[in-house]
Ligand binder design. Structure first.
Ligand code: IMP
Length: 422
């Protein structure tokens, strides 16, 4: 079985928890795109773990975590994460394999990311500042450095030095701090020995696993509304987020993917700038933000809050061809007198679809809402779908009907155990 989990909104849908649930009997969990701009939170027996690079399934004894070639890696974040899990008693030596094709996020990518944002001034995009865009830009302009270059230190030094020379010209022109080649190389020398043992043939491992019917779980990061092609560009992240990225970023043929599970939060959040059609006014947003603890896993920034946007989500469902949906954080909506959901957009009085909108249109349009009565009960201990309050079931049923995808998992709390299977 090859299953995939994809975020359908602006990231932070609660994919980490759903992956952790589904990974309990997986042989492999696989990251296939993005970098450490992602932040997945898993809560097990009350303890919270935050992942940025390493796939979330590693707490399961038999599960091996794979990082596919579509992922970009900050080597220092990787080593910190490996050390963190070692302290937690999870030895990753036989549990983590990284593709040699992964590109490295370099200190100059981080410098450029921040310098570009500064230049944009008021129009800044609100990136995570992790060097994501500049690293992907280097990858497609043939200036990138793959992780396997670390095998040959002399060659790595040459490539790194050339790139620093190029990047320092840009950094200086932008008034940003130049990179100190010697100091950075010293840091690389220190982490290199810790990274090399984890590099292995992810493509081969996955090809064999598919041929032997092993259980593979692909862990999507971010969300479709941040996809490099299908987001309101330039308010995007640098990678392809849709299910097609499984093929390019992990090497698994599209026809071998059995199930794609889309994850949506029961409302909408986003961090960073850019249009958010259903955004709530601050007084209303504030209570949901506090209740849902809507602060970025990676940057700690406050997330912007909006009602569920079924116009955008419908597009995300269609482009991924989903088998099932998981709806998360339903418990956060308890206590709302009424709940709104976006069922369409109009621009200057005319209907317009998500996919017809650029960032300008998305920022100007009017949202058509349907309003639902809320429920007051605390639902976080409920284990069976029929035990959910009637208004809550009605809300879920409407989502299912509009999106035309069955809801199979409902999450009513952050812990693994707070999950309802339908
Ligand atoms: P970048 O990925 O750091 O370049 O940031 C580009 C945009 O994507 C910013 O609005 C970020 O806040 C957003 N972003 C990137 N990754 C995630 C994620 O995993 N969750 C939520 N937002 C993200």
């Amino acid at each position: 079985m090859v299953n995939a989990v994809i975020g359908l909104q602006w990231g932070d849908e609660g994919k980490g928890k759903i992956v952790d649930l589904l990974a309990q009997d997986a042989d492999y969990t696989v990251r296939f795109h993005g970098g450490n701009n992602a932040g997945h939170t898993v809560v097990i027996n009350g303890k919270t773990y935050k992942f940025h690079l390493i796939p979330s399934g590693i707490f399961n004894k038999q599960t091996v975590a794979l990082v596919g070639s579509g992922v970009i890696i900050d080597p220092f974040v990787l080593v910190d994460e490996i050390k963190f899990f070692a302290k937690e008693g999870v030895n990753l030596s036989n549990k983590l394999v990284i593709s040699p094709r992964c590109h490295l996020i370099m200190p100059y990518h981080i410098g450029l990311d921040k310098a570009y944002e500064k230049q944009r001034g008021q129009d800044k995009l609100g990136t995570t500042g992790r060097g994501i865009g500049p690293c992907f830009a280097d990858k497609v302009s043939y200036n990138g450095i793959r992780i396997y270059e670390l095998y040959n230190w002399e060659l790595f030094v040459d490539k790194f030095t050339l790139q620093v020379e190029i990047k320092n010209k840009i950094l200086k022109a932008l008034g940003a701090k130049a990179i100190d080649t010697e100091a950075e190389l010293l840091q690389f020398k220190n982490v290199r020995a810790e990274i090399l043992p984890f590099i292995g043939d992810v493509y081969l491992i996955l090809s064999k696993a598919v041929a032997n019917n092993k259980k593979i779980l692909l862990e999507g990061a971010h969300g479709v509304m941040l996809d490099i092609d299908w987001s309101p560009y330039p308010f995007s992240s640098g990678s392809s987020v849709v299910s097609g990225a499984i093929n390019t970023g992990a090497g698994i043929p599209v026809k071998k993917i059995d199930e794609i599970i889309g994850v949506i939060k029961a409302y909408t959040t986003r961090v960073g700038s850019g249009p958010l059609p259903t955004e709530l006014p601050e007084d209303l947003a504030d209570s949901l933000r506090e209740k849902g603890q809507e602060y970025g896993t990676t940057t700690g920034r406050s997330r912007r809050i909006g009602w569920l946007d079924l116009e955008a989500t419908k597009f995300a469902c269609q482009i991924n061809s989903l088998s099932a949906l998981a709806v998360t954080k339903l418990d956060v909506l308890s206590g709302q007198k009424e709940i709104k959901v976006c069922i369409g957009y109009t621009l200057q009085g005319k209907k317009i679809s998500y996919e017809q909108c650029g960032y300008k249109e998305l920022g100007q349009l009017d949202v058509v809402y349907k309003t639902f009565p809320g429920w007051s009960e605390n639902i976080s201990k409920i284990k069976k779908y029929p035990d959910l309050p009637r208004p809550c079931q009605n809300y879920l049923q409407f989502i299912e009907d509009q999106l035309d995808v069955p809801i199979k998992i409902v999450s009513v709390g952050s812990d693994r155990s707070a999950s309802i299977y339908r």
